[in-house]
Design a protein around this ligand. Structure first.
Ligand SMILES: C[S@@+](CC[C@H](N)C(=O)[O-])C[C@H]1O[C@@H](n2cnc3c(N)ncnc32)[C@H](O)[C@@H]1O
Length: 218
């Protein structure tokens, strides 16, 4: 499906500047892209690289780990400790093995389970608060993931949500002519309405990659 957020010529031009954080992460990106594992897009990574260096979070919670690519990228680019949640047990195992193989086991912990349930487990176990939450899992559950994570955010924490424009569909139904993504689109619109109007945070929605929202808790 075509991306309808930015002109592909502009995206290709910007991606021409992309340099992987490490050769090993570059190889994992190539493998993931070849196997159609949905990892963060190059444009998103480039933006987050500078954003994480500016904001310097010490502890990051990620919901939606896949093969561990973004978790390792986060830790590599700002030195943060990362707790990353993955629902699929086999995928969580692959992530843990990639993280061990590339030498990040002392900084990244994989928690297997549904985002909300795993976060509740962390709260019960007395997990320390996080400086940044990255939401990148099932698109129709972002609000549930956000609300579960709020008690684990320190004051002033940042919440970054990926894929919020769903290839342009969130902005216009014309990009989903068959209605295949109707539920995801409706839920994502509700999520963006919620985070842009909630008085506990300031939020911006950006047409970077597949759409990013950044919220800063007050
Ligand atoms: C877009 S991928 C994550 C990509 C990863 N953040 C990266 O950039 O390397 C989304 C992942 O979320 C997982 N997922 C889906 N529903 C979930 C849920 N309810 N709780 C936790 N993870 C979930 C999927 O199995 C998939 O691996």
């Amino acid at each position: 499906m075509e991306r309808n957020i930015t002109n592909h010529l502009v995206t290709e031009y910007i991606n021409g500047f992309y340099v992987p954080a490490t050769p090993e992460l570059g190889q994992l990106r190539e493998k993931s892209e070849a196997e159609k594992v949905p990892i963060i897009l190059k444009e998103t990574e480039d933006f987050l690289n500078v954003f994480l260096k500016i904001t310097a979070p010490k502890r990051i919670l990620e919901i939606g780990c896949a093969v561990g690519y973004s978790a390792m990228f986060f830790s590599e680019c700002c030195g943060a400790q990362v707790v990353t949640i993955e629902k699929d047990p086999e995928v969580a195992e692959t992530a843990a093995s990639n993280i061990a193989r590339l030498g990040y086991s002392d900084r990244i912990r994989v928690e297997q389970g549904d985002g909300e349930e795993a976060v509740n487990r962390l709260i019960e176990a007395g997990e320390e608060p996080f400086d940044l939450v990255f939401i990148d899992a099932a698109k129709s559950h972002y609000k549930r993931f956000l609300e579960a994570s709020l008690p684990l955010c320190r004051p002033g924490a940042i919440i970054v949500s990926d894929n919020v424009l769903i290839k342009g569909c969130t902005a216009s139904d014309q990009y989903d002519p068959t209605g295949k993504f109707k539920t995801n689109i409706r839920k994502m619109r509700e999520y963006l309405e919620f985070i842009t109007h909630d008085e506990r945070m300031d939020t911006t929605v950006m047409s970077c990659g597949d759409g990013l929202s950044i919220s800063k808790l007050k």
